[in-house]
Design a protein around this ligand. Structure first.
Ligand SMILES: Cc1cc2nc3c(=O)[nH]c(=O)nc-3n(C[C@H](O)[C@H](O)[C@H](O)COP(=O)(O)OP(=O)(O)OC[C@H]3O[C@@H](n4cnc5c(N)ncnc54)[C@H](O)[C@@H]3O)c2cc1C
Length: 376
């Protein structure tokens, strides 16, 4: 193995990117992470770290910090247009007894914890992105938007649903990204909208959902929006103003506190909007390129599995590179073989969860509410 083989460029400083950087450095590689945004993205709603990902966090030594940042969800109300509680779940019994196999925390807190764990041994380049890549038998020449030309042994896309590595190395987004028929958005609010600490409230109209959650201690309430949109929307996924306009149009005329919640969310800087889509690919590696996390196998927003697949995938890929002594062909084959079943399981429930949160008709909303019932 040449020295060059140990240099790895990772595109994206999210959950997968930081986890991979940590483990590559741990195994003697030299990771560089290039992140398009000028600083770490810390927005988003709480996400779940489950099973294998809890074990990965434990081996990284960050589990105590993850547990400290854990959110406590005591329950969730489904409300009607007048704000009356029509169904709900009281989770207080389970909230008091932390489950070792699952931790829920704000996405931004997790991103920060993982970034901090990896930063000392990783070169982070914020506010830059890959412009083009050129592979040859000995490595990859990468041209960065701002940083000019650099040489790396391997290039890994950990840059989410709209990966900039997937396009040149594997093909157009449309071949791999499968739209599940919904869009979702998240933003911080300036008001709690009557929702108690550690609780959430959800309001539905057919094919549309507005939620407010107060589960992250000492932070403003968070809004979560979702709407059904069978045909994919044609928009620039980097144009936040356009995304805000699309959300406002989709939720126009909704009752409950929607106009107020929407107004606050649309003013938030930390606004997140994306399609509820799944990435399905026959392979996540090609030549000297590999994909981890949402870039290669996004299970879809709302599925609750994205973070776990990203962390376990990054750990498996780094471990495979170590085991193969840096022979990337053998390592990539091993990564594909070991992680495929984990991804299949994580992706299997996404559509089901979305249908539960965003029922398509009045009857389906009533049916869901009757099924959930009111806590005694
Ligand atoms: C701000 C934000 C909020 C989110 N909120 C939620 C949420 O509320 N609920 C939920 O289920 N999931 C949310 N997600 C997605 C969730 O984090 C992922 O599904 C999951 O954790 C898998 O992580 P990942 O590392 O593959 O992708 P991500 O965590 O999405 O990280 C991808 C990173 O790549 C960067 N990036 C994108 N394109 C480029 C490029 N061309 N060059 C360089 N860098 C690039 C992004 O800025 C981001 O930092 C959110 C993601 C982000 C970025």
């Amino acid at each position: 193995m040449t020295d060059d083989e140990r240099t790895v460029l990772i595109s994206g400083a999210g959950i997968a990117g930081a986890t991979l950087a940590y483990w590559l450095a741990e195994y003697g590689f030299r990771p560089t992470v290039v992140e398009r945004e000028p600083r770490l993205r810390t927005g988003g709603n709480p996400i779940d770290v489950r099973g294998g990902a809890v074990a990965v966090a434990g081996r990284m030594g960050v589990l105590p910090r993850i547990r400290e940042a854990r959110v406590r969800t005591e329950g969730l109300w489904f409300v009607n247009a007048a704000g009356e509680r029509v169904a709900g779940m009281d989770l207080r019994g389970s909230a008091d007894a932390p489950d070792d196999d699952e931790v829920e925390l704000a996405r931004g807190d997790l991103a920060e914890i993982l970034h901090r764990a990896s930063a000392a041994r990783t070169e982070y380049l914020f506010g830059d992105a890959i412009r083009s890549v050129r592979e040859d038998p000995d490595g990859v020449t990468v041209t960065l938007e701002r940083g000019g030309d650099r040489r790396f042994g391997l290039v890994v896309g950990a840059d989410g649903l709209h990966s900039a590595v997937r396009r040149p190395a594997f093909g157009e987004e449309g071949r791999f990204v499968h739209h599940l028929g919904y869009y979702a958005a998240a933003a911080p609010l300036t008001d709690d909208h009557g929702v108690a600490d550690h609780w959430g409230a959800v309001y539905n109209e057919p094919g549309r959902m507005v939620g407010v959650s107060r589960t992250v201690p000492d932070r403003p309430a968070q809004a979560l929006f979702a709407f059904r949109q069978v045909r994919p929307l044609d928009y620039d996924h980097r144009d936040v103003a356009e995304q805000k306009r699309l959300l406002a149009e989709a939720l126009a005329g909704m009752s409950w506190r929607t106009p107020l919640i929407l107004e606050q969310a649309l003013q938030a800087e930390d606004f997140y909007f994306d399609a509820v889509s799944q990435v399905r690919m026959p392979g996540w590696t090609r030549g000297r390129f590999a994909l981890v996390g949402d870039a290669g196998y996004c299970p879809a927003l709302l599925s609750g599995a994205g973070t776990t697949l990203a962390m376990t995938g990054a750990y498996t890929l780094a471990g495979a590179l170590r085991e193969s002594g840096g022979d990337h062909r053998a390592a990539f084959a091993r990564y594909e073989a070991e992680h495929r079943a984990v991804v299949a399981d994580g992706q299997s429930k996404a559509a089901e969860y979305a249908a539960e949160l965003i029922p398509g008709s009045r009857e389906a909303i009533d049916r869901r509410d009757a099924l959930v019932g009111l806590p005694s």
